[in-house]
Design a protein around this ligand. Structure first.
Ligand SMILES: Nc1ncnc2c1ncn2[C@@H]1O[C@H](COP(=O)(O)OP(=O)(O)OP(=O)(O)O)[C@@H](O)[C@H]1O
Length: 516
């Protein structure tokens, strides 16, 4: 049988990580052959354990634990859950109960009082008010209910292998790269205004200006403190802040523009990014240096990027550059979620002009299957606000530019949540048939794995001696009827399975390219 070739995920911090089990992602027909072969072996002989099929797809912002309705199953609870299941998350196309948003339900049947929490993965969820309002409405419509108390919360998804990341990055839920392949197309303008839009939506946000040669951030914002402070004991950098957004740029280091060679630049960027005390952030927006060379590649490998937004201008020539950027992210397995076509038109004398031509953005969208395209017109105010140190979306939050950024912000929030959700809905435990169910997104196909086999195939240091490779966890140590207690997504490409003995098994989802 032909073996499958597994590409590595260079942007994930696997180095030094204690060999997690691998849920390899293979075409469904391969899965059955491989699983049969693997599972017929004694676990000590297994190199990689479980084989699952999966492809990236879907999006939304609810909690990512699809099996976590924490209620008993009395009639009253069933009434409430049934009512709540009428509410469909428009992004996931699934009801909020199946999505696992409903938590901590408490019911006092005698008084007709119901309380529960709707847990989302991001405080910036654009439809959180709709969820809250509809949840109140549908539960109040139950005949025996007199009072409903809905609380909203957000449980930001933890980054993959958080403990393996540099300390400063450990509490950042989503890292979004804003990239262009040419300079001067408006990448920094988009990065800064996107970041302030996300902050305006209620998220905790940081901006990292990774352009060492020509940092734009110091011009575009006006923090009181224009120099980064160091924590001398921890040897870390404390970001400066403007209008509630944390900021780090080489331009705030007091060293002006850099005259450095590529490897030095990479070193400086990585040091700035990873030694910063970012604290808890929902989104870190990275204003990437223009281009697709070593500096950009190294940066992508150091940080676990959730997604990328590509900025371009309408010229035909720009298309070629953008294509390079999309290919770079694709190689690094970072999903490109949106293209912003900047300076696409301007309005004058009641007419619309397209000074750089039309169609390059839509060509990118079509050719590379990027789902969203945003047009940003030429606006003197956008340029002026950039130069004045006050982002346009903050200066004029109801203006046309702010509206476009609001749409982009909603897109980023939804896409980031969906990227995580695809992992959580890809792997869940189906208690009724006592099997770990693995769903192939964008298809009806599913696989069922025997929980004991999954547990036995763990390859972490707790189950296998790291030095000798000898099996520590013996086949008979795992009861045949073991059931997982919880399956949680970790970052884009892994789930953590908690077992009754408290052991937390990290299982990676890795896309396989079949060499058939
Ligand atoms: N839509 C727009 N309308 C008017 N001016 C704009 C627009 N977008 C960007 N600009 C202006 O164009 C100039 C370049 O923009 P910006 O610095 O964002 O580009 P960049 O791609 O980040 O450039 P670099 O690669 O050199 O950092 C800035 O002065 C900015 O204010």
């Amino acid at each position: 049988m032909q073996l499958l070739h597994a590409p590595c995920w260079p942007h994930l911090p696997f180095q030094g990580c204690k060999s997690p089990s691998i849920l390899a992602l293979v075409p469904p027909d391969r899965f059955l052959q491989l699983s049969a072969i693997n599972f017929s072996l004694h676990p000590s002989k297994l190199e990689k354990s479980i084989w699952v099929s999966h492809r990236p797809s879907i999006f939304g912002c609810g909690s990512t634990n699809a099996t976590s309705v924490e209620v008993s199953t009395g009639t009253a609870e069933n009434d409430v859950l049934k009512a709540l299941s009428q509410i469909i998350d428009p992004d996931f196309g699934t009801d909020i109960v199946s999505c696992g948003f409903v938590k901590d339900m408490q019911i006092n049947e005698a008084l007709g009082e119901v309380s529960f929490r709707l847990e989302l993965t991001t405080p910036a969820c654009p439809i959180k008010d709709m969820f809250e309002q509809r949840a109140n409405e549908v539960v109040l419509a139950i005949p025996w209910v007199n009072k409903v108390n809905v609380t909203m919360s957000a449980q930001p998804a933890r980054p993959i292998f958080a403990e393996q990341l540099p300390e400063g990055l450990q509490k950042i839920s989503n890292i979004v790269a804003v990239s262009s392949c040419k300079g001067g197309v408006g990448k920094s303008t988009v990065a800064v205004n996107l970041a302030y839009t996300l902050a305006g939506m209620g998220a905790r946000v940081g901006i990292f200006d990774a352009d060492v040669y020509g940092p734009s951030l110091p011009t575009m914002v006006s923090p009181e403190n224009r120099l980064l402070e160091m924590n001398p004991e921890k040897r870390t950098i404390i970001p400066t802040e403007y209008l509630g957004v944390k900021l780090v740029s080489f331009g705030f280091s007091g060293q002006g523009r850099a005259i450095m060679r590529g490897p030095m630049v990479s070193g400086v960027i990585n040091q700035l990014l990873t030694t910063t005390e970012w604290g808890e952030l929902d989104y870190l927006v990275i204003d990437m240096p223009p281009g697709t060379g070593d500096i950009q590649l190294t940066l992508c490998q150091v940080v676990p990027l959730t997604a990328a937004v590509i900025v371009t201008t309408p010229q035909k020539l720009a298309f070629i550059d953008v294509a390079k950027g999309v290919r770079m992210f694709s190689k690094l397995k970072v999903p490109c979620i949106a293209v912003v076509e900047n300076m696409c038109h301007f309005d004058a004398d009641g007419k619309r002009y397209y000074p750089f031509g039309r169609g390059s953005g839509s060509q990118v969208v079509q050719q590379f299957g990027i789902p969203h395209l945003f047009d940003l017109p030429i606006r003197p105010t956008l340029s002026a606000s950039g130069d004045s140190g006050m982002p346009e979306v903050a200066a004029d939050p109801c203006g046309e530019v702010a509206n476009t950024f609001q749409d982009l912000g909603v897109c980023v929030v939804q896409q980031c949540a969906k990227i995580r959700q695809q992992v959580s809905t890809a792997v869940i435990y189906d208690k009724s048939i006592k099997a770990i169910k693995v769903k192939v997104p964008q298809s009806d196909e599913e696989f069922f794995l025997h929980p004991a086999t999954v547990r036995r195939n763990d390859r972490s240091a707790q189950s296998v001696d790291e030095w000798t490779g000898d099996q520590k966890l013996q086949y008979t140590d795992v009861p045949e009827d073991i059931e997982p207690e919880e399956i949680r997504p970790m970052g884009n490409y892994a789930v953590s399975i908690t077992w009754p003995d408290g052991f937390s098994q990290v299982v990676c989802l890795i896309l396989f390219h079949s060499k058939s």
